[in-house]
Design a protein around this ligand. Structure first.
Ligand code: NDP
Length: 248
């Protein structure tokens, strides 16, 4: 673990998975700016570990290592907020998708989220307070060449709604965010710049541009706020309007 232990003692703690790059990094930076201590589980460290950050090298697809890192963090920090952000894609259509793809994507996009929730629940329940945000995708609504990705992200919405019901009496809210095209390495590797399919996506955004990771982080911060206690089981799309109206 790399961290600044002094800051971690007094600040409210939040666990973010996949917080070293992309949307996850913007979430980590925003939550630190809002005064929280962030625990970041990622395979690789961020370019620089911040003063208000504790970085744990964790591959969230490896159940044993994930559970062990969770046990360590739960013992050290009072974590009542969780952002399940780590996600992988493996683009393929139904003819090319393999069950190996399915299991690999499920382990990161779904299983890790469930394991993190399970580990943090005792702390949230004893505080009678908790905030969980799952980063889904507008691909959950259906997207060609994304068979297992869309399947897992739709599954994350079912998980969000079911957790919202099961945990409501514990004062824990659970919501999902469905980003549209956001300028990150994941988007660029799945949608190569200049490719006709990429251009079609960008042309179909009503706001006429790609989104920025900070715009997703803003909604995450809002849903994690203690004042957001009457919003649960919802999915909000941060997509420049792409999910509104008829499909192109
Ligand atoms: P990036 O690939 O840019 O970043 C994902 C981060 O998660 C990386 O730091 C990555 O680490 C980490 N990660 C991936 N797998 C694991 C793992 N097994 N264990 C630990 N960390 C892991 O993705 P984005 O920032 O674009 O995506 C973040 C979330 O937003 C994902 O859930 C994605 O599905 C969702 N999303 C993104 C959209 C977009 O347009 N960008 C659109 C819709 C949804 P490493 O460097 O090791 O790969």
């Amino acid at each position: 673990m790399m961290s600044n232990q002094n800051n971690s003692i007094t600040k409210e703690a939040v666990l973010v998975t996949g917080g070293s790059r992309g949307i996850g990094r913007a979430i980590v930076e925003r939550l630190m700016a809002d005064g929280m201590h962030v625990i970041n589980f990622d395979r690789v460290p961020p370019l620089a570990v911040a003063a208000d950050e504790s970085y744990f090298q964790v591959d969230v697809s490896e159940e044993k290592g994930l559970r062990s890192a969770l046990a360590d963090t739960v013992a050290k920090f009072n974590i009542t907020r969780l952002v399940n952000n780590a996600g992988i894609v493996r683009p393929a259509n139904i003819d090319k998708t393999t069950t190996e793809d399915l299991h690999a994507v499920m382990s990161v996009n779904i299983a890790a989220a469930i394991i993190c929730v399970q580990a943090l629940l005792p702390t949230m329940r004893s505080a009678h307070f908790g905030r969980i945000v799952n980063i889904a995708s507008r691909a959950a609504l259906g997207k060609e060449e994304r068979i297992v990705y869309a399947t897992t992200k739709a599954g994350l919405l079912g998980l969000t709604r079911t957790l919202a019901l099961e945990l409501a009496s514990d004062g824990i809210t659970v919501n999902a965010i469905g980003p549209g095209p956001i300028a990150t390495e994941l988007f660029q590797s799945a949608n190569p710049p200049g490719a006709p399919a990429t251009q079609r996506i960008l042309d179909s955004v009503p706001l006429g541009r790609i989104g920025q990771p900070e715009e997703v982080a803003h909604l995450v911060a809002s849903l994690l706020d203690s004042r957001a206690g009457f919003t649960t089981g919802q999915v909000v799309y941060v997509c420049g309007g792409m999910t509104v109206g008829l499909s192109q």
